[in-house]
Design a protein. Structure first.
Length: 133
């Protein structure tokens, strides 16, 4: 996200025009918690490029027939999906780094300190077997 995208510069009338909405619609969306424009010291709303993109996404979802509560839930799920994808990418990078380190250690003839792990499968609702194999 660039600094320009975060900078809240648009007054409500300009933001409404850019988003293809009526200014009163933006006020409703703010009251419902779907958008949170910045405020000047005097209390006037200022919208950023990100806010405009968010308003356009809300418009797409309303055009598909969703109500505002459904839109809020969809946007929460989209945010969570993005967060989880980022976490997954980080975990993959950590795993790849660990694999590379282990491979490099193996190539150098150094023990990679990997310990075999014996795992047991437990079926829900059944007590685990005490038989050690």
């Amino acid at each position: 996200m660039t600094k320009h995208q975060l900078k809240a510069v648009y007054v409500i009338s300009v933001a409404a025009e850019l988003a293809g909405m009526h200014p009163q619609t933006l006020r409703i969306y703010e009251r419902r918690g779907l958008v949170s424009p910045a405020r000047t010291q005097g209390g006037n709303r200022r919208y950023s490029d990100d806010d405009i993109q968010l308003l356009r996404r809300i418009s797409e979802l309303t055009d598909e027939g969703m109500n505002l509560e459904g839109i809020r839930r969809v946007m929460e799920l989209e945010d969570e999906n993005l967060r989880l994808r980022q976490e997954l990418d980080q975990a993959r990078q950590i795993a790849l780094h660990a694999i590379r380190e282990a491979e490099q250690a193996d190539l150098r003839g150094v023990s990679a300190d990997l310990v075999p792990l014996k795992q047991a499968i437990a079926v829900f609702g059944q007590s685990p077997s005490l038989d050690p194999d």
